[in-house]
Design a protein around this ligand. Sequence first.
Ligand SMILES: [Zn+2]
Length: 250
Amino acid sequence: MKITCNIIEDLMQQYVDGVLSDDSRQLVEEHLDGCEECRQKEQQIRSICRELDEGAKAGAVPEARQDYGSLRRFRRWITLRRALTITLSVLVTFCVVVGGVFLMFDLESYMPYQKTGMHVNENGMMFMDEPYYGYRGAYSGIDLNGDMIEIFYMTDTFQKRHLGKPTRGHVVDFGVEDQGTRTNEEGVREKIPPIDKVYYLKEEYVKEKHLMDPFDSHASLIPLDAGKEEELRIINEIENDSILVWERSK
Ligand SMILES: [Zn+2]
């Protein structure tokens, strides 16, 4: 480490007071030998201290006391400033570390199909052998063949992957006949048809369509401005490229 004038200045008062350890004293002396500026500072401090000592004996020397007072205030300010800088760095580091750990633990990520340990029984009940974070529906609608299809994927987090416990029991029931109702494009309430086919979406689509991008709130498997024909064409393409996990027996 290079011994700078600043370091020497920090040690100077203790040096003049004669309270430094031998090593530090030697350090200061070696520097003083080669540095005119610091030698002058040393002389200033010594003379202020002498005046103070004499002043103490004689009663009071206001001027010297003032000089010494401002010197001490300056030193205190420097010390305070350093303490603040250190505190701030520690705080920033702390926040970055906590933020990083949080992200690492709770950042949701795509689960490849093989990692899910998923199985769907003939009634459409889906079970998972591995811990997971969430079920993400990507598409639900009628395809080119007139089948009601559901395209989805599962997600996990670092925490779930490494510390989570597998779920007991089933996760979703694709086979349910009564799917409730919805309002169609003409504003009429209609029954949602039961699901005929269920597909697991490949990761390339999740990436390509920004489905897991937390900053893209409009991300969608089908472009929002796509017409009905365009939608069917895209869905047909994705359907052919997805993993069929269940099909209703007819
Ligand atoms: Zn110096």
